[in-house]
Design a protein around this ligand. Structure first.
Ligand code: GRF
Length: 213
């Protein structure tokens, strides 16, 4: 059975979704850079060891990253899962966990990398928005895409209503991606694309606004 470590900075709803999916894996630890992160309590309620590596105690990004990897490596994880972890990681850190570090981003990458994705999606007038699970590479919010979910953008949506619609999908696709990794079903091609062993064929299309029938 594979072992994972989950890194968080905030409320930890994706962490909870992964825990509630009851995946065949061991969550060895939840590590936060924020001592007040709500997800730490969620982890404790599930009997999972927690650690805090406070970035404010490190003047350099490199020493924070070293302290973080020292904590992670104690648990010898097969996979490190970024679940709302809001620190930019150095190339050295990303290289250390190459091929075993994944992130969820609240947009349909490569659109809207970075922050405030829902606000920017509304401003751009896109009709479909969503979320992406991807392997982490040194370039922020790039890296091989594992799975995406798209949602319609509705007229009258606020940043909050759109974020909530996307978040519900995050909670579906992140456990799925973690499961695939732990089942050894994900392969990264030399071109940097993810292939899924024994994938089901995708069917249908999400069209927004819907076509007139
Ligand atoms: C999610 O929207 C995730 O995509 C983004 O940060 C948010 C974290 O939410 N990276 P939570 O802490 O998992 O509730």
């Amino acid at each position: 059975m594979k072992t994972i470590v989950i890194l968080i900075s905030g409320r930890g709803s994706n962490l909870l979704a992964i825990l509630e999916a009851r995946l065949p894996l061991t969550v060895a630890a939840v590590i936060s850079n924020e001592p007040q992160a709500g997800g730490l309590a969620t982890a404790k309620q599930h009997g999972i060891p927690t650690r805090v590596v406070d970035h404010r105690l490190h003047r350099e990004r490199s020493t924070f990253d070293e302290a973080l990897s020292a904590e992670i490596d104690v648990f010898k994880p097969d996979l490190v899962v970024l679940a709302g972890f809001m620190r930019i990681l150095s190339a050295a850190f990303v290289g250390r966990y190459r091929g075993r570090l994944i992130n969820i981003h609240p947009s349909l990458l490569p659109a809207f990398t970075g922050l405030h994705t829902h606000r920017r999606a509304l401003a751009a007038g896109v009709k479909l928005h969503g979320c992406t699970v991807h392997f982490v590479t040194p370039e922020l919010d790039h890296g091989p895409i594992v799975i995406q979910a798209a949602v319609p953008v509705m007229e009258g949506d606020s940043e909050q209503s759109l974020a909530a619609r996307v978040l519900a999908e995050e909670h579906r696709v992140y456990p799925q991606a973690v499961r695939w990794f732990c089942e050894d079903r994900l392969n990264i091609t030399p071109q940097g694309l993810v292939t899924l062993k024994a994938a089901q064929a995708a069917s249908g299309a999400l069209v927004s606004p819907p076509r007139d029938s």
